[in-house]
Design a protein around this ligand. Structure first.
Ligand code: CEZ
Length: 769
């Protein structure tokens, strides 16, 4: 049969494999479609900008990490194929792409390292990854042990995906001098300006090894052949040594290795981006081989250890302790030390990540406060993002005007001053203007941007990014922000010692909330441009929002009686086994006077998930009104486990708190609880603070360390070790004994441990009712 038959009426191809990319196309005035002989289709329609309706399985986000991203066969990965040359069987580690069920499997997160171990076909395999502290490269180690008493002949093929680098220019080849696969590309662009801007980009991806391979391949599709990634043709035939010429690159090496009885063999790899070959050579010299791997593990460990934080606890809940004593502080440190690897963090994120650093490295928190103030606008407002370097551009979200950014300055300031007592910071100057004056300018701006009722304008969003249509016409107000401003004002009164006009304004705002947005059992979320209150009882969707309740507890807007009603309503309407939802019931259709949050899937992200950041505000506020029982219950629910069913439902590895767990618990129990898998979240600073200052009640004051815990009643005993201003306090909490506080055996009057003359180690006993 002829491969191709062409007539004026048709063109026919008779093989789907001989020319796998052979394609045809169709179009009309609204769309175009491009199809390959194997059935892949790329189609676009105009509306009037080009749009897709049949998509790649993922959207690749670069400005922020996307929640619940899907994985697919060619998803980027680092795999090793192992083929027994005698039995002709193969598998891959860790699991993809072959997916053969192993005899035993482990995946381990260490503070500084990831490690997989797999037992399969009488082999023990360990696959480990560590990152140097200050270089963008991956260091991998592969260890293979023969479990049998006989010799084995193996083919070992590490496969590092490179993927589609650029539509302008991409390719890859093996560089024998460097013993490396080097893939090269030109970052695609169309504006002349970008040509000059892109000059410094690391457009190469390399993989090098400390052992010489027997063969290599750089063309992904040729490597796979007809077997696909799960059974690549070249695994059987041997790698062909191809060069990728505007073909999707992959970095694949082949080692044909005999393993003696019980023998172990080890390989080290370095994988990452590079500017040119010279840089590959440098990175190789610095990071390749067993010594470098061990050294980097040590350095990386030392780096993470710097983020240990100020608290270690021992409670009846050992799972809780394990998470809080290591992983929470680690996640706090990650945020504060990296600013989530953005160049223009949203201002509120920047300030809240600094809030976490108060308890990890207070000096950084101070620097962040001052740096943020250096970006303050002349009218006292704060910009939507903090540009971390001169040429930084505002990303998409930072082009949307939000009105809450100033508030976070005061929240950070309070935690920083309580922890350090560094009141001198208020007298510091930032670009010729005193900190005190700048903070007051921020407050004045907040006071200016209120309506006649003293409710705060929301513009196109507050803490809640996608609440963008409540006030875009210039009238709508945010109930939450009104409370947050009242809270900021009260914080400033306490910290600055200046009472007026701030205290009176705070009171007036709290009163305005009670007049206009108290809805019987809870506070409403806001009032739209068209003067419609929302987040209230008569709303069929989005009738109860968590944030106003949390901040009403903090700002003093809620009386004790109101607080009781609110907490009860939240329990009845928003609590789930996975935590407390941030609003309910979720929206199922667009509300044009609320905004794009109502377009998100019900129970997802801001549309009524267990949005942990909002849950953390609530938890913190509960600790401030001494509702420790509920605070602990909800904090505990943020942590996946310890029951297997809970792990499976959430899908969350308990080494970080994700930004949300799916909500809409009543309508969709099948998906409720599912983790977003996003480790970027303002949650952790607040949880850490709630744990230290709230539950364990170990909060700094001008005089010293105040001890006012609110631990759950069922804990008869608990311990905490608290680092504070150079001293170490070992605190034991006991329930049922004599109430009161002792320091090194001596009773303390009141609840503050005054600062010692010399920092030291102290024993503290706390008797609880
Ligand atoms: O981003 C977070 C923001 O980083 O959402 C929070 C907000 O307070 C944080 O500053 C609540 O809105 O724009 C969107 O729709 C996204 O959902 C973002 O709001 C969200 C992403 O999860 C990024 O992590």
């Amino acid at each position: 049969m002829r491969l191709i038959t062409l007539t004026p009426d048709s063109c026919t191809l008779t093989s789907a494999t001989a020319m796998p990319r052979a394609s045809g196309f169709l179009w009309n005035c609204k769309m175009m479609l491009h199809a390959t002989c194997r059935g892949f289709v790329t189609a676009q329609h105009m509306q009037p900008e080009p749009a897709k309706y049949s998509h790649a399985p993922v959207v690749e986000g670069k400005t922020f990490m996307l929640p619940e991203t899907a994985h697919y066969a060619h998803h980027p990965g680092r795999f090793v194929y192992v083929r027994d040359l005698v039995s002709q069987r193969h598998f891959s580690v860790p699991h993809e792409p072959v997916r053969r069920a192993p005899k035993a499997f482990t995946f381990t997160q260490h503070p500084e390292r990831l490690e997989w171990s797999v037992e399969q076909d009488d082999l023990d395999i360990r696959w480990s990854l560590v990152l140097p502290v200050d270089e963008a490269v991956e260091l991998w180690r592969l260890e293979i042990r023969n479990r049998l008493d006989i010799e084995r002949a193996l083919r070992i093929v590490p496969y590092f995906s490179v993927g589609y680098m650029s539509w302008m220019n991409q390719g890859a080849r093996f560089n024998a001098d460097l013993n490396a696969v080097i893939a090269s590309s030109v970052t695609a662009y169309q504006k002349i300006d970008d040509y000059f801007k892109n000059h410094h980009l690391k457009d190469k991806t390399f993989l090098t090894c400390d052992r010489l391979p027997d063969a290599f391949e750089t063309r992904r599709e040729d490597f796979e052949g007809e077997g696909g990634l799960s059974d690549p043709d070249m695994l059987r035939a041997g790698l062909a040594g191809g060069e990728a010429l505007y073909e999707t690159p992959a970095a694949v090496l082949q080692f044909d290795q005999t393993l003696e009885a019980n023998e172990t063999q080890v390989w080290h790899f370095v994988f990452g981006p590079a500017f040119d070959e010279a840089e590959v050579a440098c990175l190789k010299a610095a990071y390749l081989g067993p010594e470098a791997f061990e050294r980097v593990c040590g350095e990386a460990r030392a780096y993470v250890e710097q983020g240990r934080g100020v608290l270690a606890i021992e409670t009846p809940d050992t799972h809780f302790d394990a998470f809080m004593n290591r992983w929470l502080a680690r996640q706090v440190y990650y945020h504060g030390d990296t600013n989530r690897l953005t160049t223009d963090p949203q201002t509120r994120n920047y300030l809240q990540d600094a809030l976490g650093m108060v308890f990890v490295r207070p000096q950084s928190a101070r620097e962040s406060l001052l740096y943020a103030l250096s970006k303050q606008n002349a009218d006292g407002s704060m910009p939507d993002g903090i540009k971390l370097y001169d040429g930084a551009q505002f990303s998409y979200i930072n082009q949307v005007p939000h009105t809450d950014h100033c508030v976070w300055l005061f929240i950070l300031l309070e935690a920083y001053l309580d922890e350090t007592d560094d009141y001198a910071v208020l007298d510091a100057e930032v670009d010729g203007q005193g900190v005190r004056a700048r903070l007051e300018a921020a407050l004045r701006w907040l006071l200016k941007t209120r309506d006649h009722r003293r409710l705060s304008y929301i513009d196109q969003g507050d803490w809640n990014d996608p609440m963008n249509m409540v006030g875009w016409k210039g009238k709508g107000v945010s109930g939450w922000l009104t409370l947050a401003v009242a809270y900021a004002l009260r914080l400033w009164v306490r910290l600055s010692g200046e009472t007026q006009p701030w205290a009176a304004e705070a009171e007036a705002m709290n009163a305005a909330m009670n007049t206009h947005l108290w809805d019987g059992d809870w506070f409403g979320r806001g009032i739209t441009d068209d003067d419609v209150a929302f987040g209230i009882r008569r709303d069929p969707e989005g009738r109860l929002y968590l944030n106003p309740q949390s901040f009403a507890l903090l700002s003093g807007a809620a009386s004790e009686a109101q607080a009781e009603r609110m907490v009860q309503a939240v329990a009845a309407e928003l609590e789930t086994p996975y935590g407390v939802e941030m609003l309910g019931p979720p929206y199922t259709k667009m509300r044009e006077d609320v905004g794009r949050l109502t377009q998100k899937s019900p129970g997802v992200a801001e549309n009524g998930s267990v949005y942990n950041h909002a849950a953390a505000f609530y938890i913190y506020s509960l600790t401030q009104v001494k509702k420790g029982e509920k605070a602990f219950e909800l904090m505990r629910k943020m942590l996946a486990g310890v029951d297997e069913s809970d792990y499976v439902q959430r899908g969350q590895f308990p080494v970080f708190i994700p930004n949300y767990y799916r909500g809409d618990f009543h309508a969709h129990p099948r998906t409720a609880g599912r983790s977003s898998q996003l480790f970027n979240t303002g949650t952790v600073a607040w949880v850490y603070r709630s744990l230290i200052e709230g539950l364990f009640g170990l909060k700094g004051t001008r005089e010293g360390l105040s001890v006012q815990p609110c631990l759950p009643a069922h804990w008869t005993e608990a311990r905490a070790t608290r680092q504070f201003r150079g001293s170490t306090y070992h605190v034991t909490y006991r329930r049922g004994g004599t109430p009161g506080l002792t320091l090194n055996g001596r009773p303390v009057v009141g609840n503050v441990l005054t600062l010692p003359e010399q920092p030291g180690v102290f024993e503290v006993e706390v008797g609880l009712q």
